[in-house]
Ligand binder design. Structure first.
Ligand SMILES: Cc1cc2nc3c(=O)[nH]c(=O)nc-3n(C[C@H](O)[C@H](O)[C@H](O)COP(=O)(O)OP(=O)(O)OC[C@H]3O[C@@H](n4cnc5c(N)ncnc54)[C@H](O)[C@@H]3O)c2cc1C
Length: 391
């Protein structure tokens, strides 16, 4: 009997890779190790519909529970892989060694923690898992005070959900606009206006200098701004890729497990995909690590294909979406380390129905639409074109 394909991780990349193996007629054993006590699920709802109580846990599942038996894929939930040995082709979990033919690391990312907050006695929440979302949801009620540290997508989505529940929300961001690093000041300002119009106390360019609390309440000291009292502090300051298995095994790691565009690590039978992978992007001509839903699907699919012996390559441009209040947006492309020269805006920016194109050297490097769903395809197609060709 030949050794199985082992997949480490119970998220979207893992479940997509398992499905792709079966779609590719791979008929060997497939085993998924998932550290969480759940079947593989998707995370975007954790800060949106699920957090707002509009969607249930089943709606988050990548595949329905019956799918795994139907496709002969074994999922070992609540089972964390402790180590891998690429030379011996084994992993260790629950104290036992398990051989594999091919191994996919799809271990995702973990929220970056703020030690000063964690040790302050303040009630602090991070958001990555279903349980995290449940905990935050239980704190959302009219009149409750929620402080959010970090004006990135996650922080802003939590702020929107909290406002929808009638909570009082303060968002603290050290940069001069929310989403500044991803969208730049021009489009970041659109999100600042959006949240202020919905009653968020959005404080930009501020530093939190002190955390205090008694287990039930948090008090944040803010440089140059009044202190913030809250019933819950949600910290959304980014995530770090969960590279520990690869690093301990001596596989190349550089803010992510280093893989080529076919999701192969330096070891021919070990692959990585999703938030944990730093992949060479053949179109962008550089390596990138992408923490987005679409990337987990695309890279999971490529890993599944290549492990099944079907050639494939991850060539699609990064893509992501967000929903906040009545604003929905989709973004495609990537502004490289050299930044952009200008943002070209088409449409009704104050009315929040528009398209934005980030341009470097006369070429569109990233594009998005806000509430302009007919432009969904055209903004993606604009990336890589000359700015003069935009209509
Ligand atoms: C709250 C939230 C909202 C988001 N919203 C959006 C959005 O609106 N749009 C968008 O494009 N993207 C969004 N994302 C990002 C998107 O969800 C991620 O890119 C995606 O989940 C990555 O999937 P993954 O399979 O790579 O990793 P994950 O989903 O993180 O799954 C990794 C899994 O591996 C498990 N694991 C780790 N180590 C081990 C081990 N040693 N053994 C066994 N299991 C292990 C972890 O417990 C975890 O369950 C959001 C993310 C979060 C957290």
């Amino acid at each position: 009997m030949s050794a199985p394909v082992l997949i480490v991780g119970g998220g979207l990349a893992a479940a997509t890779a398992a499905a792709t193996l079966r779609e590719s007629a791979y008929d060997g054993d497939v085993v998924v190790y998932a550290a969480e006590p759940h079947l593989p699920y998707e995370r975007p709802g954790l800060s949106k519909g699920y957090l707002m109580g509009e969607k249930d846990a089943d709606s988050l599942l990548v595949h329905p529970p019956s799918w795994y038996a139907e496709h002969d894929v074994e999922v070992r939930t609540s089972t964390r892989v402790e180590s891998i040995d690429p030379g011996a082709h084994t992993v260790t979990a629950d104290g036992a060694s398990q051989p594999y033919a091919k191994l996919l690391l799809a271990t995702g990312a973990t929220p970056r923690h703020l030690r000063a907050a964690d040790e302050s006695g303040a009630p602090v929440a991070y958001l990555r898992t279903r349980e995290d979302s449940d905990r935050i949801r239980s704190a959302l009620a009219p009149g409750r005070r929620i402080a959010v540290l970090g004006g990135g997508f996650l922080g802003l989505e939590v702020a929107a959900a909290a406002r929808a529940a009638g909570a009082e929300v303060t968002v603290l961001e050290s940069l001069d606009q929310p989403l500044l690093r991803v969208l730049g000041p021009e489009v970041g300002a659109v999100f600042a206006d959006l949240h202020r119009e919905h009653g968020v106390d959005l404080r930009l360019g501020v530093q939190v200098t002190g955390f205090d609390g008694d287990g039930r309440r948090a008090r944040l000291t803010v440089d140059g701004s009044p202190a913030v009292d809250a019933d819950l502090l949600v910290v959304g300051i980014g995530a770090t890729p969960d590279v520990s298995l690869a690093a301990a095994a001596g596989l190349p790691v550089d803010d992510g497990i280093v893989v080529d565009s076919r999701m192969r690590t330096s070891h021919p039978d070990v692959f990585a995909a999703g938030d944990v992978a730093r992949a060479h992007h053949p179109v962008l001509g550089r390596s990138i690590r992408v923490e987005h839903w679409d990337n987990a699907i695309r890279q999971g699919r490529v890993a599944g294909h290549v492990m099944a012996g079907v050639d494939d390559e991850a060539r699609d441009l990064p893509y992501f979406f967000t929903d906040q209040y009545d604003l929905g947006m989709e973004y495609a492309g990537s502004v490289g380390p050299d930044g952009y020269d200008e943002v070209v805006l088409h449409g009704d920016v104050p009315g929040r129905v528009f398209r934005a194109y980030w341009v470097a050297g006369g070429t569109v490097v990233a594009a998005m639409h806000v509430n302009d769903w007919d432009a969904s395809e055209s903004v993606r197609a604009a990336v890589g074109r000359r700015v003069a060709e935009l209509v």
